[in-house]
Design a protein around this ligand. Structure first.
Ligand code: UTP
Length: 306
């Protein structure tokens, strides 16, 4: 185990997914596939690759299938083996063996902070990580692993950040930061002094957004208890972290990687293209198909305008 000793990760998956209707009326957003894997599997694999093998899935009404993805399906395994598809049988079995998966229930989707608080009894009094499954991050080192390395040097809470476009600040929690007195972590760590959930463009002093990865101190639970519902009437984790930052150390780590907001329709399509292009089996044929499509578009611009 690494020196930070963190093994637990909370993965909230109890939200409504209303930005992705009608697809998410029945099917949980977290099960929509990116190339050939559901989003939730990316989150669990990122955790496991970073040494987090105690997974706490937060689910709610209509979200049991998200947990089922990590339960053995003996019938399917037997059928696959009987049809000579032993590799596929192994694939779906390994999925259930890579980590210890617990589920906790969020009664109603009252916001991300409430979802995190739902995991309190399983997390206990120890630091833990949080991964949002619809924030897909393609990174050379898993993003949550990058944050854990930063946490080893800076106890407190750590959030993942990157600069966003000025017109897009209203899609993110935005940080007000100051540089660290001593450059450390390759100059990637910043000290956070305040946070605002989805502010209006033009109203912020910084463009550093929060990108769906957190390492949290258990004191965050009492901050959540003292947080009032915020934007959209939801209990916002950004607001609870703002309260935390008033008296305790909060850091932001400028992670290395590309983020896709796969909870939005466009971000989902972008993530699918990016991950499928990297896939050894899908990448070649898809590249050829896309090149053909682009050629069609550039030859007939009038068709596009119709
Ligand atoms: P999002 O805000 O992206 O998801 O939350 P949402 O609320 O499901 O989506 P929209 O805005 O209605 O389209 C990020 C993650 O936090 C979970 C979501 O399931 C998602 O994985 N979440 C959000 C909860 O578990 N509970 C909540 O109350 C809110």
């Amino acid at each position: 185990m690494s020196s930070h000793g963190i093994r637990k990760v909370v993965i909230p998956a109890a939200g409504l997914g209303s930005r992705f209707l009608p697809a998410t009326k029945v099917v949980p957003k977290e099960l929509l596939p990116i190339a050939d894997k559901p989003m939730i599997q990316f989150a669990v694999e990122e955790a496991v690759a970073s040494g987090l093998d105690r997974i706490i899935l937060v689910i709610g009404r209509g979200k049991n299938l998200v947990a089922d993805h990590f339960h053995r399906n003996f019938y399917m395994e037997r059928m696959l083996e009987a049809h000579g598809q032993g590799e596929d049988a192994a694939l779906i079995r390994q999925l259930c063996e890579m980590a210890e998966v617990h589920t906790v229930w969020q009664d109603s989707p009252l916001g991300l902070a409430d979802a995190v608080r739902s995991a309190r009894s399983v997390v206990g009094d120890e630091p833990f990580a949080v991964i949002l499954p619809d924030a897909l991050i393609d990174a050379p080192t898993p993003c949550i692993g990058q944050l854990l390395s930063c946490y080893e040097k800076h106890a407190g809470c750590v959030v993942a950040t990157q600069a966003v476009a000025p017109q897009e600040v209203d899609r993110y929690g935005i940080l007000d930061v100051v540089p660290m007195p001593d450059p450390c972590c390759g100059g990637r760590t910043l000290r956070v002094i305040s946070l605002t959930e989805r502010p209006q463009p033009g109203s912020t002093v910084s463009l550093y957004g929060i990108f769906g990865r957190y390492v949290l101190d258990p004191d965050i639970f009492s901050c959540i208890d003292h947080t009032e519902p915020g934007l959209g009437g939801e209990l916002q984790l950004t607001d609870a972290l703002h309260l935390y930052s008033g008296s305790r150390p909060l850091f932001a780590y400028r992670f290395d990687g590309v983020h896709y907001d796969a909870g939005s329709k466009l971000g989902f399509l972008e993530a699918n293209v990016a991950f499928a292009l990297k896939d050894p089996a899908l990448g070649g044929p898809l590249r050829e198909h896309l090149a053909g499509k682009i050629a069609d578009f550039s030859h007939s611009p009038l068709d596009l305008a119709v």
